[in-house]
Write a protein that binds this ligand. Structure first.
Ligand SMILES: Nc1ncnc2c1ncn2[C@@H]1O[C@H](COP(=O)(O)OP(=O)(O)O)[C@@H](O)[C@H]1O
Ligand SMILES: NC(=O)c1ccc[n+]([C@@H]2O[C@H](COP(=O)(O)O)[C@@H](O)[C@H]2O)c1
Length: 200
């Protein structure tokens, strides 16, 4: 069995934090980080007024989809090539009975149609404006945000994409990013167990 879980959400909502805890706790679990598919030149500081950083065209989404397809084709090979240990299958095991999970994590997961069909679960972390601005102001990106980027580009783009996403047709499960890291992790871990892993 193969399941793909989306952890989407606002920048600095806690996607990476949650993902890192889940991959440690779940066996045979690989991850794809959308941030690894940026095709933007990060040596130039973004201009708050002409910035095109937080948009889908800043990302190589085709490559993201191909990476997901690579995992679907052979999760064991994918795991090995990404340094993830897989539980050894015995000769008696039916290969289909082994569970493999892929987490796809990123801020624009549900805004690219060709990716949508792959998700078995679609989580989305939200935090309010003030908290997001505060967390982003202390985050160390390759190129620091220039003054005005958050209000001029990052937050308006988030609102636009979130609005667009609501019509994507997926049953999105919203997570309150103001809860503690433990609370969010426990909520998602239990939900994954109850809805996916206990199906077997
Ligand atoms: N539930 C939480 N409560 C408070 N701070 C959090 C929580 N989750 C994450 N953080 C903090 O917010 C910042 C961004 O977290 P991160 O997981 O990198 O977010 P994202 O991947 O969504 O951009 C980090 O400093 C992290 O420690
Ligand atoms: N300035 C940089 O070096 C840089 C690099 C990669 C992503 N980003 C930002 O990261 C955000 C998405 O990633 P997070 O959801 O992990 O914050 C986007 O808002 C984008 O602006 C910035």
């Amino acid at each position: 069995m193969k399941y793909i879980i989306g952890i989407g959400g606002v920048t600095n909502g806690g996607k990476t934090t949650l993902t890192n805890r889940l991959i440690k706790a779940i066996s045979n679990c690989c991850v794809v980080h959308q941030d690894d598919f940026f095709k933007v030149n990060f040596t130039i500081p973004p201009n708050p007024f002409t910035c095109s950083l937080c948009v889908i065209t800043a990302l190589d989404m085709e490559a993201t989809v191909n990476t997901v397809k690579g995992w679907i084709e052979n999760p064991v090979k994918f795991a090995r090539s990404h340094g993830v240990q897989v539980t050894p299958a015995t000769e008696m095991d039916d290969p289909e009975s082994q569970v493999h999970i892929l987490i796809v994590e990123g801020f624009l997961l549900y805004n690219y149609k060709p990716l949508l069909e792959f998700f078995d679960k679609s989580y989305y972390i939200t935090i309010p404006y003030e908290e997001c601005k505060l967390r982003r102001s202390t985050r160390q990106y390759t190129v620091p945000d220039p003054p005005g980027l958050f209000d001029g580009h990052v937050w308006p783009m988030y609102l636009k994409h979130r609005n667009d996403m609501e019509n994507c047709g997926l049953p999105i499960e919203y997570l309150d990013g103001l809860k503690t890291k433990d609370e969010i992790y426990n909520q998602v871990y239990e939900d994954i167990h109850n809805t996916l892993l206990n199906r077997l």
